[in-house]
Design a protein around this ligand. Structure first.
Ligand code: AHR
Ligand code: AHR
Length: 483
C-alpha cells in the first residue's frame, strides 16, 4: 500500500498528494509532475514506471537532453485536482518571473534513488515557490487535517518560510491561525527546538511553533541531522494539534509536541485551505529546502496511521546520489575554463580584482595573466559532492555568485558564502566540455556574457539570462591550468 492507501484505511484519506519521486497510492499510474524545457518551452508529464512505482526519471532526462528544464506542475494524485503551480505574488514578496510570480524549480537539481531507482525531488532555492489558491477539499476553519512531507534534512536556511501545507487563498497574511503548514529550517523568533536547528516546526501564520509558547525552547523537538526527514503536522477542533518527525530513511516517528494551541488567536483555527510549497502564507520566498513527497488529509490521522506511513517511507529507501556527471573536474587539479561560443573560443574565465570575467589568454602570455585564468579545484565548500574554484593568484578567494554575478571573494566561512561558492557540473549542454551550475541556485548556470560571468537562468529576468546562445555560453572546456 502507498501512504494514501494507509491514510484511507485509517479513516483520514488524502485530499492532496504531491510527489515528484513516486506514486503515493498503490494504484496510481497517472502523471506525477510536468516539466518544461527552456529550449522550446514544450512540456511533458512524468509518470511512474508502473502503478504505485517510482517516477520515470529517464523520460525526463531524454526530454531535457541538450537543454535545461523546470518543474512546472506538481500534480495532485488524490483525484481532487489540487495541483501545485508557480506561486503568484503575495503580500510579503513578489517573485522574479513575469507578473511577479515565483521561480520554478530546476527539474534535475535534487536527484535521489528510491530502492535504487533514480528520481528527482523539488529543489527550492530562495525565490522559488508553488501554490494552489483554488483548492478542493482541503480543511478550512477549525476542521481537522493532517499532513506529512519528506524533505532533505541538509538543505535549509533561516529565511521565511520553507513550508508545505495549508495557507491563505489570497497570498496575504490574513492573521494568526489562517495557516497550518509544515515548516523546515532554522527560522527563529517564535520558539524553537533544541540546539541550533534545523527543526520541523508548524507555521500557523505569524509564527513558527513547536509548542503553545511564542518564545523559548521545546527540548523535545530535536535539531535534525539526517539526510532525509519525515515531518508531520496535524490539528483538530477542541484545541488540539501536534508536530512529529523522524528520519525519512530509517526508524520511527517521534512526537515533538502534542496539545493545546498558542492562545493568541490560534484557537479556534481559521484555516483557508490553500496549499503552499516552499514559501510562507504571504509568499515570503526567502527560504530554501528540498521536497520529495507530501500529502494533506481530511480528518486527524492517528499516530498509528502516521507510524505506518513512516514505515512505508522507510521502505521506499530514499538514498542520496551524486550531483555531478560528465567529464570529471578533479579535486586537487588546477584548471582553466575556455568558452565555447563561436565569438569567444580563445577566452577563458579569469578575474580582474574581484570581478570574474573572460579574457583572451594563450600560453605565450604573462604569468600574471595566465594565473588570473587558473583555478584550484577543491572539494565543494558547501557540499563535497560538488566543487569550488579557488583563485591561483589569490589563495583563499573563491569564485562565488552575488546578485547572480560572479566574483572572487575571500572565504568568510559563512553558510551563504560556502553555498554561493559551490558548483556542480555535468557534460556541456552544447556537447562540449562541462556545464557548471550553482549549488544553491541550481537553475542558474555559470555563463559568460559580454566578457563578464554570471549565474544565469535560461530565459530569466536579467539581460544576461537571454536564451540566445545560452547553451554555448554555459559550456566550457576544462583543461589543465595555464599556470
Ligand atoms: O508564520 C510565519 C510567516 O509569517 C508566514 O508564513 C507568513 O505568511 C508571515 O509572514
Ligand atoms: O547571487 C545570488 C545571491 O545574491 C547570493 O546567494 C547572495 O550572496 C546574494 O545576495
Amino acid at each position: 500500500a502507498g501512504p494514501c492507501d494507509i491514510y484511507a484505511s485509517g479513516g483520514t484519506p488524502c485530499v492532496a498528494a504531491h510527489s515528484t519521486t513516486r506514486a503515493l497510492y498503490d494504484a496510481f499510474s497517472g502523471s506525477l509532475y510536468q516539466v518544461q524545457r527552456d529550449s522550446d518551452s514544450a512540456t511533458t508529464d512524468i509518470r511512474p514506471l508502473s502503478a504505485g512505482g517510482v517516477a520515470n526519471a529517464a523520460s525526463q532526462d531524454s526530454f531535457c537532453s541538450g537543454t535545461t528544464c523546470l518543474i512546472s506542475i506538481i500534480y495532485d494524485q488524490s483525484g481532487r485536482g489540487n495541483h501545485l503551480t508557480k506561486a503568484p505574488p503575495g503580500g510579503a514578496a513578489s517573485g522574479t518571473d513575469p507578473n511577479g510570480f515565483d521561480n520554478l524549480a530546476a527539474a534535475d537539481a535534487a536527484p535521489v534513488t528510491l530502492n535504487g531507482q533514480r528520481a528527482y525531488g523539488v529543489f527550492v532555492a530562495p525565490g522559488t515557490g508553488y501554490r494552489n489558491n483554488r483548492p478542493n477539499g482541503i480543511a478550512t476553519g477549525d476542521a481537522a487535517e493532517g499532513m506529512y512531507a519528506v524533505m532533505d534534512g541538509t538543505h535549509f536556511n533561516g529565511g521565511c518560510c520553507f513550508d508545505y501545507g495549508n495557507a491563505e487563498t489570497n497570498s496575504l497574511d490574513t492573521g494568526n491561525g489562517h495557516m497550518e503548514a509544515i515548516y523546515f529550517g532554522t527560522g527563529t523568533g517564535f520558539g524553537t527546538g533544541a540546539g541550533s536547528g534545523p527543526w520541523v516546526l508548524a507555521d500557523l501564520e505569524n509564527g513558527l511553533f513547536t509548542s503553545p509558547n511564542t518564545s523559548g525552547v521545546n527540548p523535545n523537538n530535536p535539531t535534525i541531522t539526517s539526510r532525509f526527514v519525515t515531518a508531520v503536522v496535524k490539528g483538530q477542533p477542541g484545541n488540539q494539534w501536534a508536530v512529529r518527525g523522524g528520519n525519512g530513511a530509517s526508524g520511527s516517528l517521534s512526537t515533538f509536541y502534542s496539545g493545546v494551541r498558542p492562545n493568541n488567536g490560534y484557537n479556534p483555527m481559521k484555516k483557508e485551505g490553500a496549499i503552499i510549497l516552499g514559501i510562507g502564507g504571504d509568499n515570503s520566498n526567502w527560504s530554501q529546502g528540498t521536497f520529495y513527497e507530501g500529502v494533506m488529509t481530511t480528518g486527524y490521522p492517528s499516530d498509528a496511521t502516521e507510524n505506518s506511513v513512516q514505515s512505508n517511507i522507510v521502505n521506499a529507501r530514499y538514498a542520496a546520489t551524486g550531483l555531478v556527471s560528465g567529464p570529471g573536474i578533479t579535486v586537487g587539479s588546477h584548471v582553466s575554463l575556455r568558452a565555447t561560443t563561436s565569438c569567444c573560443t580563445t577566452r577563458y574565465i579569469a578575474h580582474t580584482g574581484a570581478t570574474v570575467n573572460t579574457q583572451v589568454v594563450s600560453a605565450s602570455d604573462s604569468n600574471a595573466l595566465k594565473l588570473s585564468a587558473s583555478w584550484n579545484v577543491v572539494s565543494g565548500l558547501a557540499n563535497s559532492a560538488c566543487v569550488s574554484f579557488e583563485s591561483r593568484d589569490t589563495p583563499g578567494s573563491f569564485i562565488r555568485h552575488s546578485n547572480f554575478q560572479l566574483r572572487i571573494d575571500p572565504n568568510d566561512n559563512s553558510k551563504l558564502f560556502h553555498e554561493d561558492a559551490t558548483w556542480c557540473y555535468r557534460a556541456g549542454i552544447n556537447g562540449q566540455g562541462n556545464t557548471i551550475r550553482s549549488f544553491n541556485y541550481p537553475a542558474h548556470y555559470m555563463r559568460h556574457f559580454n566578457a563578464l560571468v554570471y549565474a544565469s537562468a535560461n530565459g530569466g529576468p536579467n539581460t544576461f539570462d537571454t536564451k540566445t546562445s545560452f547553451n554555448d555560453d554555459v559550456s566550457f572546456v576544462v583543461s589543465t591550468a595555464f599556470a
